[in-house]
Design a binder for this molecule. Sequence first.
Ligand SMILES: Cc1cc2nc3c(=O)[nH]c(=O)nc-3n(C[C@H](O)[C@H](O)[C@H](O)COP(=O)(O)OP(=O)(O)OC[C@H]3O[C@@H](n4cnc5c(N)ncnc54)[C@H](O)[C@@H]3O)c2cc1C
Length: 410
Amino acid sequence: MQEKGDAMHHVVIIGGGYGGLKALGVLAGKKGIRVTLVDRHPYHFLQTEGYDLIAGKIPFDSTIISLRSLCAGFGDNIEYLHAVAEDIDFKSKKVLFEEGEPLSYDYLVIAAGAVTRFFENIEGLRNYSYGVKSLRGALKLKEFFEQELYKRLESATHAKECYSILIGGAGLSGVEIAAEMQAYFNRYYRSNALACGSLRIHLVSGSETVLKGMHPSVIRAVTKRLNELGVILHRGSHIIKVQERLAILENGSKIPFDFMIFTGGIMAAPFIKGLKAEHNRLGQLVVNSFLQIPGYDEVFVVGDAADLKDRKGRRLPPTAQTAEQSGVDAAENILALIDKREMKVSDIKIRGLAIALGGRFAIIDTGKIRISGLPAYIGKKVIEKLYKLPLRFKAKEGFKRLSICANRSG
Ligand SMILES: Cc1cc2nc3c(=O)[nH]c(=O)nc-3n(C[C@H](O)[C@H](O)[C@H](O)COP(=O)(O)OP(=O)(O)OC[C@H]3O[C@@H](n4cnc5c(N)ncnc54)[C@H](O)[C@@H]3O)c2cc1C
């Protein structure tokens, strides 16, 4: 095993999400390379399973993987640094932090993801709605929602009150959360046989359909399922104003709510905005076809933080699958630079969609094959397991290594 030292190439990865961890997986164990994974949180949040957490199907620890243990599991030359990146000095090749010493790199992967975009022109949106891209946001919603159900269970006065959750934005995450929560409500309502007021989910889409841009037959199938569950769809009108417990749409309709979630847009993680490089209108960093920042060959950007395009120059949606593929491509290009080989043009493909639609129902669409219902639900769970089981296994190994070291030094 090679010792840590000056002769080694130091790769810094900012962000232990889907893109960052795929890059780490490619680089780990490679001779002559040491990696520092930096993340503001000590865990990898499985955002794609957020809908299950919110609907109380899985405990919160099922949606996280410890980054410290994971890095220990990847081997000696991988380190985890719990820190918030604040800026990057591209000229002197240093990452600067909110607190602590700057960190020098030979190669850098920026994989800091995105956050919910609370549009400034929608008055009140930021004050009265919540995002679900973070573990904190997802837990907040889950807690609020369980408390409300509990109040209705305990108190005769509350029991007959109507309770509604408004979801602004009918993209993938909005649709999944709406379906899952409505299914939860329906199950709860039936199992408690309560004289309970209605529990409804309102899903607002600014476009004429949900899942704008997807294949019409997928849109039809998803809309049918949402209708069967009882989700109230509001289409073709944007939210223009939000007040405490009331959303106002462009067409004049007013929707009262008890809790509002906004999933209508994302923007690159805040620190990315301040970097001295080219950005698109979402604040994502513009990259070349090798995923490098033009002018800085040693800096790569992946996942939601990057303005990713396919080989035909079409913009790619911010998804876990694009983040993962870009993470692999960037890491392989770093290895090519180190070995003085030619880099490969990134070739990210959308391999299909798996949409959870409440209970044990999902739709999987690969463009050629579509399945729905229980088989698709099982398929989605298999996809999720195939992603997380190897990570859990590594984290477990890492945890053992860390415990042995702690016992020795103790
Ligand atoms: C509810 C929901 C459901 C979804 N479902 C699907 C789905 O079914 N399929 C799919 O493909 N996609 C889905 N997505 C989208 C998918 O989760 C994202 O596209 C994916 O997480 C992007 O990966 P990433 O690596 O770019 O960023 P992330 O996974 O967001 O990771 C970014 C990391 O960077 C860290 N970070 C940020 N700023 C800093 C900083 N300044 N310093 C240090 N660390 C920092 C963060 O803590 C985080 O760990 C869903 C998203 C949501 C919210």
